[in-house]
Design a protein around this ligand. Structure first.
Ligand SMILES: Nc1ncnc2c1ncn2[C@@H]1O[C@H](COP(=O)(O)OP(=O)(O)OP(=O)(O)O)[C@@H](O)[C@H]1O
Length: 239
């Protein structure tokens, strides 16, 4: 479904990504992990079109979308959330979620799709509240509802669990498994290793912009290169 070939991104002299190749299939939950500065957010930004890569190709259902603008990729089924939430803080929950659906639904379908997303993420009761009065956990649910309202095929999540309580993380995992069970794919960038290891079926590991390992969580955990780069400082290291 998504195939990345030899992706490279340089910022001046910094090689944020070099020669990264990976593939993502429908109906699976993937994790993209690695130490701070490894290139994870840069990879999500390149896949979703926030930045134009310096090298390589991004194939989406066989088409090279590397130069497509962000909105065209979003319309084609690539949705994302941001490390620092990107909501319209003075608008209501409903208005924010509607923003994620306007390209994908006719007027008749729009309201039903928004209502369904609000229900899915437990937001019906706060639908008319402005986002800026809500807790972080609730605002993260608004972002997830906005990202999924147009029924994307691939959901890219940049640190969705940061700042969430244990029960909110459990709820998040349930929602992601439901999304996966309906055929969607998830690519999760996350520092919470217990969440990554329990939720993801396949991991990609970046270090200094290079893909150093890929496989099941058990395979990746046992990989000496990963242990040296990532787990060396401890399984729950926030790095
Ligand atoms: N817009 C930019 N301009 C200059 N350098 C950048 C830019 N974006 C990222 N970088 C650099 O590229 C490298 C990769 O950054 P990136 O944010 O992708 O890492 P990351 O794995 O997501 O890190 P973290 O886990 O801390 O979020 C870092 O050295 C970073 O400083």
């Amino acid at each position: 479904m998504l195939e990345i070939q030899q992706l490279g991104m340089s910022f001046g002299g910094v090689h944020a990504l070099s020669g990264v190749s990976l593939a993502v299939e429908p109906g699976r939950i993937y994790g993209l992990i690695g130490p701070n500065g490894a290139g994870k957010s840069t990879a999500i930004n390149a896949i979703t079109g926030t930045i134009v890569p310096s090298a390589g190709r991004i194939l989406w259902h066989g088409r090279d979308v590397s130069r497509w603008p962000q909105h065209r990729r979003a319309r084609s089924g690539l949705a994302r959330t941001f490390q620092n939430l990107a909501l319209f803080h003075k608008l209501s929950v409903r208005e924010n979620v509607t923003c994620g659906a306007i390209h994908a639904h006719d007027d008749a379908g729009l309201r039903a799709a928004v209502d369904a997303a609000l229900d899915d993420f437990g937001l019906a009761e706060v639908a008319d509240e402005p986002v800026n009065v809500l807790s972080l956990g609730t605002r993260k649910r608004v972002e997830m509802a906005r990202a999924t309202v147009a029924k994307p095929k691939l959901l890219l999540l940049d640190e969705p669990a940061a700042g969430l309580t244990g029960s909110e993380i459990t709820e998040f995992s349930t929602r992601m498994r439901e999304f996966r069970n309906r055929g969607g794919a998830v690519l999760l960038v996350e520092h919470d290793m217990s969440l990554v290891m329990s939720l993801c079926e396949h991991l990609f590991v970046l270090d200094f912009g290079k893909l150093i390992a890929a496989g099941t969580p058990i395979e990746v955990r046992a990989n000496p290169a990963v242990q040296a780069a990532y787990f060396g400082a401890g399984d729950d290291a926030d790095h």
